[in-house]
Design a protein around this ligand. Structure first.
Ligand SMILES: Cc1ncc(COP(=O)(O)O)c(C=O)c1O
Length: 342
């Protein structure tokens, strides 16, 4: 990316700020595989406190956080009830099947589903069936366009999950966005889940890092699986310091990303050949449905210095983040208008 490029492919493309780099440089570290890194400990305690869980574990990626949690909850052959296009199902290289032996059952809806959907899909243990054991929720939901779960619907899903004897996992890679957009705390949004994953390297702007949070016994299991999967890190306090800085300084500002996404959506909604469901623009993601191949538009925009993603044949995704301000969004709208004109 040149300095002139505007990159709206993802909220993962941010570069650490000077202040974050200073926090990294100043971090106190130790060998975290031996449990010696005080900065990692501080990050884990901070996130457990934020999410209202007994414990949390620092891991390299959101994928690892999700898959450690699911490995702790799923037995080979179990069914995992999941929303449409859930990241843990479609975008983690089949890890749920490969590493936990879980098989997925997709529920109706746009990625969000209801307690009635969970009840309808639940199959009691029997001689032939694969037992439904886990329900996985994604909030915000990436491929549905960063949409937020309704809190009452979420509470009902969690309640029915437990009533039926199952456990619930929350992929909260962008839970920070949901919290800022709704005014509910992360702890409120995570309430009742057996395992929760959160990412520091998406909207929050840290270079690396995610956490899985749960009760102490589950985190002890995740800790063992983390080492098994090659995720034990040594002087990881350098990365944890970036995460702590991100939590302190970059959470509240997510409102700016949300306002910029709305600005982009409203500007693009009027463009010929573009359809946008404005009601689905709830956080920092905008989905544009086009009357032409999205890959062609991506290529034309890129040639002019605007990076976007084609996430389906005629669907383009724009994601706002720490490194794009309002002026960059205004320029992006101009570049996109040119790129859309064949
Ligand atoms: C909802 C969601 N969960 C999990 C992940 C995985 O995170 P990572 O890329 O750090 O493995 C992503 C990545 O974009 C995501 O959008």
């Amino acid at each position: 990316m040149t300095a002139a490029d505007i990159d709206l492919r993802s909220d993962t493309v941010t570069r650490p700020t000077a202040a974050m780099r200073a926090a990294i440089a100043a971090a106190e570290v130790g060998d975290d595989v031996f449990g010696d890194d005080p900065t990692v400990r501080r990050l884990e305690e901070t996130v457990a406190e934020l999410l209202g869980t007994e414990a949390a574990l620092f891991v390299p990626s959101g994928t690892m956080a999700n898959q450690l949690a699911l490995r702790a909850l799923v037995q080979p052959g179990d069914q995992v009830l999941i929303g449409k296009d859930a990241h843990v199902w479609r975008f983690e290289c089949g890890a749920l099947a490969a590493l936990s032996g879980g098989q997925t059952h997709a529920l109706p809806g746009d990625g969000r589903f209801t307690a009635a959907d969970v009840r309808a899909a639940f199959a009691p243990d029997g001689v032939y069936g694969s037992p439904t054991r886990v329900v996985a929720v994604e909030n915000t939901h990436n491929f549905a366009g960063g949409v937020i779960w309704d809190r009452a619907a979420l509470a009902e899903v969690v309640a029915v999950t437990h009533e039926l004897g199952m456990t619930a996992h929350l992929d909260g890679a962008r839970l920070w966005n949901a919290a800022v957009a709704t005014g509910a705390s992360e702890r409120e949004l995570a309430a009742g889940f057996d395992t929760v994953s959160v990412c520091l390297s998406k909207g929050l702007g840290a270079p690396v890092g995610s956490l899985v949070a749960a009760n102490r016994a589950t985190i002890a299991r995740c800790h063992r699986f983390r080492k098994m999967y090659g995720g034990g890190m040594r002087q990881a306090g350098l990365l944890a310091a970036a995460g702590l800085h991100a939590l302190d300084h970059h959470r509240a500002r997510l409102v700016e990303d949300h306002a910029n996404a709305r600005y982009l959506a409203e500007a693009c909604a009027g463009m010929p050949g573009v359809t946008i469901d404005l009601a689905s623009v709830q956080t920092n993601i905008v989905m544009l449905d086009l009357d032409q191949p999205a890959a062609d538009v991506v290529a034309r925009a890129k040639a002019r210095g605007l990076k976007t993603s084609a996430i389906a044949r005629t669907r383009l995704r724009l994601v706002t983040h720490l490194d794009v301000d309002r002026a960059a969004c205004t320029r992006a709208v101009e570049l996109l208008a040119v790129a859309l004109a064949r």
